[in-house]
Design a protein around this ligand. Sequence first.
Ligand SMILES: *Cc1c(COP(=O)(O)O)cnc(C)c1O
Length: 381
Amino acid sequence: MTLADLQQLERRAVMGTYLRQPVEFVRGEGTRLYDDAGDEYLDFLAGISVVQIGHCHPDLVRAVSDQAARLMHVSNLFYTAPAFELAARLSDGGLGGKAFLCNSGTEAIEAALKLARRHRAGGGFVVMEGGFHGRTMGALSATPQEAKQAPFAPLVPGFRAVPRDDGAALADAVGPDTAAVLVEPIQGEGGIHPLSAETLRAAREACDRHGALLIFDEIQCGMGRTGDLWAWQGLGVRPDVMTVAKGLGGGLPIGACLTTPEVADTLRPGDHGSTFAGGPVIAAGANAVLDVVDDPAFLAAVAEKGERLAAGLEGLGLAVRGRGLMLGFACDDGPGLAGRLLADHRLVVNATGPDTIRLLPPLTVSAAEIDDAVARIGAAL
Ligand SMILES: *Cc1c(COP(=O)(O)O)cnc(C)c1O
């Protein structure tokens, strides 16, 4: 089917929730994507920080194919090994408690919100302006953006937003009726804004003072993206609960809500569930992604490559924000520049709002590909 065929089908049969770029991709390999005409693109978006170890990594393809040929689904009424292995690895390499597996980022947030409510019945949530936590009603209620929320009012009550990166305002908002503070250590959809260590420490102290849970949304900044397996490990502030998704499946849909040992048994039988969650194929895929990413040498290389990309962009005179391979830079017309990079320079990036270009390449990107991407951005400017 041609792009024109797909666009016609879209008009007829696909709900108009997305504004798509006019490109049909048919194949991917590593950091490269190929369109229906065979043209090659450099992918510095990775499906929004999902294709963490590159397109069609042979280890991931093998793990998924083997498992798909053996057993695809039996539900959580029974035991299957890949999900249990995955839960143990996520817990041991994360907060040391337990994992609830689910199918997406927004579901990981819903699990975290329910866990916090179970921990403090009736408690409220403190969230941050510019934050993004997902599109289901609970996660949307935690996402204080007028344009995303307003059409769907009334939202879930009990959420209070404080200004971005203002530790004092955050501490003021937390009290004995707070169930949890929910923040992204680095805001992603909001435009790549790292929170300061002081703000994160203020959040930790406020939660400790009032017995509230500190939830870090690491759906975008986790899974090695910053050069640490989890962003909080590089920030020195440990949350009680962490949400993970995007890069965890390397391209397959999966999410997880992870806890410390202290709150690991908060949710009880019957409190929460999901038919598809922890399916053997997806879990086998996530284990294969972790095999690659959860390795000190690999993570050190991510940090190094992030510095190379940031230095290259700064060399173009750009104001760069972010950490590791989660970077953004300010520009006048983000959507225009992203469109030109795609159409004229075959570089896939994305604009978060009008004035930021976001770069989230696969963590397996090479130094040469980074230099190539910087050159393409330089040419487009
Ligand atoms: C993408 C994202 C979500 C939502 O994940 P979905 O899989 O789209 O539901 C939540 N939080 C953050 C930080 C994200 O980047």
